[in-house]
Design a protein around this ligand. Structure first.
Ligand SMILES: [Zn+2]
Ligand SMILES: [Zn+2]
Length: 311
């Protein structure tokens, strides 16, 4: 057993007593993709760790969109909740193809939050999201009872204003029944209310994450319901640029997609992760509904600049 290996709490305590034969070994349960109110989740960062504890998780990653604003509060919640924290972010990026641009979400783990290049990209994305949200609100307001104040009212203090908040405002106004309905209709990239926002090229973002000492993992690469997905050739090119892993186990992937992505990860030597993409009550995803193998977290921690914060 390696010293850096994350261990289940029961296992660690029992191991210290040295009576291994009477111990039921429970591998640690690890969820590497969650959102708090620092972006578009509905829990505070501390609330995410409390939810993780409630779900019996040992390790959780906080991966808010294009921000590390929730890290400090989440770190303070490690000791009281007993849940280890992987500091991360989900970076908005774009792959440009002949058929148009494809949105790609890139998870970054354990990077330097002060890195100038990565910070500048995230700041620019967040600023442009705000401009974009205002433009989409203007378009929606032509047809529906919606104001910018309604959208702001749905947004947390440190949050990146985004489509989820527009969706919540549309729900509050009685225009749609749920966030999901809003995303499937008027907020969909194909809808006439949709406005694209700035995002760096995925290739540049992979390099920026690596430059910041982070570990880049492509989030939900096969989630076709969100829009077009990237080709296997593109994933291979990103792997050559330093992409470390694929989030294979995610509720937006069916069994065939998971098999295909697992095979591709094997061919390209990429890590395989599984996660919930929890957003509190903002989405149906339950925290801990998909998990990542302990040996994969060992690899991520070895490659990342920062350590996992353990209780
Ligand atoms: Zn995502
Ligand atoms: Zn996410």
């Amino acid at each position: 057993m390696s010293d850096v290996a994350p261990r289940g709490r029961r296992f660690a305590r029992a191991g210290a007593r040295g009576s291994l034969e009477s111990v039921i070994v429970t591998p640690p349960r690890i969820d590497l993709h969650t959102h708090s109110r620092a972006s578009d989740g509905t829990d505070s960062p501390r609330g995410v760790l409390e939810a993780a504890a409630g779900a019996g998780l040992d390790v959780v990653a906080l991966t808010d969109h294009d921000t590390t604003a929730g890290w400090a509060e989440a770190a303070d919640a490690v000791a009281p909740t007993g849940v280890a924290l992987v500091r991360g972010a989900e970076i908005s990026t774009r792959v440009t193809t002949e058929g148009g641009s494809i949105s790609v979400h890139l998870l970054s783990y354990l990077h330097d939050p002060e890195d100038a290049v990565l910070r500048a990209e995230c700041d620019r994305t967040r600023d442009d999201r705000l401009t974009r949200a205002r433009r989409m609100t203007e378009r929606l307001a032509e047809d529906f009872p919606l104001t910018w104040e309604d959208v702001v009212a749905q947004t947390g203090d440190d949050a990146t204003v985004g489509r989820p908040h527009l969706a919540d405002a549309l729900v509050a106004a009685g225009v749609v029944a749920s966030r999901d309905e809003a995303f499937a209709t008027m907020l969909h990239p194909g809808a006439r209310y949709y406005v694209p926002h700035y995002a760096p090229d995925t290739d540049a973002a992979v390099r920026a994450v690596l430059g910041a000492g982070g570990v880049p993992v492509m989030a939900h690469p096969g989630a076709g319901a969100r829009g077009r997905t990237v080709s296997e050739e593109t994933i291979a090119a990103l792997a050559a640029a330093g992409l470390a892993g694929l989030e294979v186990d995610h509720r937006d992937h069916d069994a065939a997609t998971r098999d295909r992505l697992r095979g591709l990860a094997g061919e390209l030597g990429l890590l395989v992760t599984g996660s919930s993409d929890y957003h509190g009550t903002g989405k149906l995803n339950r925290i801990g509904e998909r998990v990542t193998a302990p040996e994969v977290l060992v690899q991520i921690e070895e490659r990342g600049l920062l350590d996992v914060i353990r209780p």
